[in-house]
Design a protein around this ligand. Sequence first.
Ligand SMILES: [Zn+2]
Length: 202
Amino acid sequence: MGYFNIINKGAGPVRLFVGGVHGNEGLTTIKALSIIGEEDIKDGKLIIYNCDESKYISTLDERYYNLPVGKEILSLITNYQPEIYVEPHCYRPDSFSKLTDKDRKKKVGVPPLIELEEGVLIGSVSPFIRINYFRRQDVCVTLEIPCSPSPKALDVYINVLKVIAGSKDRSEIEDKLKVKYPSQVKTARTYALEFFGNYPPF
Ligand SMILES: [Zn+2]
């Protein structure tokens, strides 16, 4: 059983953050997830889960969701039915160009991740869960950081997680992120449009 924390501030949106979903990413994601506390949530709930180490299969591969860890994530989503879902991941520096490749959609079927700063990348989640486990209006975010992050990168990553933890919906998240990352938010919208045919989501 991995790290589990639930912050309950009564009525309001349900948010679910799940880190360490494959391989040993959990060693990195726990550094950020364990820092989020009561003071970061104003209303609603935040469920935080950091998985134990598991076999590495990409979440873009539907077989991932047949693994015990994949099933665990699906049951968390089904149980809590979050309207805001975040998957913090980490990547090896040599994967940066692959993850942010402008032709990623053509190559692997999903849009490129977008760099916020310090190598911290934002994007959507696996299309399989996005389509089958969430409603269109839900917010689904993947956040990536280099696996051995610099203190600056970790700060950026934690700040974005806290922005999402402290927001009630998509527009609040976008408004807050737009202050620092206007072009990235705009790009995320464009990719979402391509993916869903019209706006939402990340
Ligand atoms: Zn990952």
